[in-house]
Write a protein that binds this ligand. Structure first.
Ligand code: KG4
Length: 339
């Protein structure tokens, strides 16, 4: 009998639905919300309203593209948290109602687990180059920066994480200060390709153990910029490529220094990266360089699976389905938690 999972993601500002049949992705529909651009960040109330408008057409489209009827579904997997509460409630409520009306199980998925398991999304039968357990995953997004030891599909341990800002958050905030727009990540990435990564030095944190910190870098960037602008009011315009390249380089170095330490201490050579910031070219290059230099086998997701998507929720749901790990209707959405 076929196992067909509908995945639903609504934790932030992307409404997404995906269908996975026997572990192979059939469709992955994402509706991103442009409404937040004018505000320089996600406005939670606007995000929930947009999810409310998008959820039915997005699910409909995912089923249509997969050529699957709702009666064929084995279960509905949904992001239960962490994320914005109002946004989560839309997907959670829809998923529960949909599963209940079809008389099929519901499967709750931790969004961060989903990002990690994005590495197991298969687009075809011969798409088999997947990480082997145990492996390390650097999860870097707008809200998280974590080093995770992945022991099995359902067994993950956070070894280190940010004690303040996330890497993506730091990039977005610095981009905002430079007046470059939102989200800053892709803009900084593009500018950095034409800049000198060694042009400027910003302070790096000295945090013991495997944890990260990015708020000091953000402050150092801000104060440096203030001094430079006092001397040249058009400083940003004249030097934005070098500023972007130096900022990106510092963030990548901070991320890789700790990751290298963990990999060495645990003697693990299979290393993956996940989350929105893994779309970054500087970070991707650093992974390839580490593969060459330290003999790592690295796993870098396709661009479309780095940012929020329901394919990663559906694949996580698929493995939970195989374990018969279902969720009861009374489980509420949650806004904060780690893997
Ligand atoms: O995983 P994600 O889509 O979800 C949230 O955590 O909300 O990550 C979004 C983050 C944002 O901070 C965005 O600026 C960053 O990922 N991002 C990037 C790039 N693309 C997205 N950061 C650096 N370079 C990129 N190319």
């Amino acid at each position: 009998m076929d196992t067909i999972i509908l995945g639903i993601e609504s934790s932030c500002d992307d409404t997404s639905a995906a269908v996975i049949k026997n572990g192979i992705l059939l469709s992955n529909v994402i509706s991103s919300q442009a409404v937040h651009e004018a505000y320089g960040g996600v406005v939670p109330e606007l995000a929930s309203r947009a999810h409310q408008q998008n959820i039915v057409p997005v699910v409909h489209e995912a089923l249509k593209r997969a050529n699957i009827t709702k009666e064929e579904l084995s279960a509905v997997a949904f992001t239960r948290g962490p994320g914005l509460m109002g946004s989560l409630l839309v997907g959670v409520s829809f998923a529960k109602g949909f599963a209940r009306s079809l008389g099929i199980p519901m499967i709750d998925v931790n969004h961060l687990n989903g990002h990690v398991l994005a590495h197991f999304i298969k687009e075809s039968d011969d798409d088999n180059d997947k990480p082997r357990f145990p492996f390390l995953c650097l999860l870097v997004s707008g809200g998280n920066s974590q080093i995770i030891l992945v022991k099995a599909y359902n067994d993950m341990e956070v070894l280190g994480q940010t004690i303040d800002d996330a890497a993506g958050e730091a990039i977005d905030k610095c981009s905002k200060v430079m007046g470059l727009g939102y989200p800053g990540g892709p803009i900084i990435d593009k500018l950095a390709r034409q800049g000198n990564p060694k042009a400027y030095t910003f302070s790096k944190p000295h945090i013991p153990g495997y944890n990260y910190s990015f708020s000091g870098l953000k402050t150092s960037f801000l104060y440096s910029l203030r001094d430079w602008i006092q001397e040249d009011p058009d400083f940003i315009e004249h030097h934005k490529n070098d500023l972007a390249a130096s900022l990106e380089n510092t963030i990548v170095e901070i991320l890789m220094d700790k990751l290298r330490k963990v990999a060495k201490d645990l003697n693990i050579k299979e290393v993956a990266v996940a989350g929105g910031v893994s779309a970054n070219n500087g970070l991707r290059n650093a992974f390839h360089e580490h593969a060459k230099k330290y003999g790592w086998k690295v796993f870098i997701p396709k661009f479309s699976y780095t940012t929020d998507n329901a394919a990663m929720i559906a694949i996580t749901g698929y493995y939970k389905f195989l374990d018969k790990d279902f969720c009861s209707i009374d489980k509420p959405a949650y806004s904060r938690v780690t893997v």
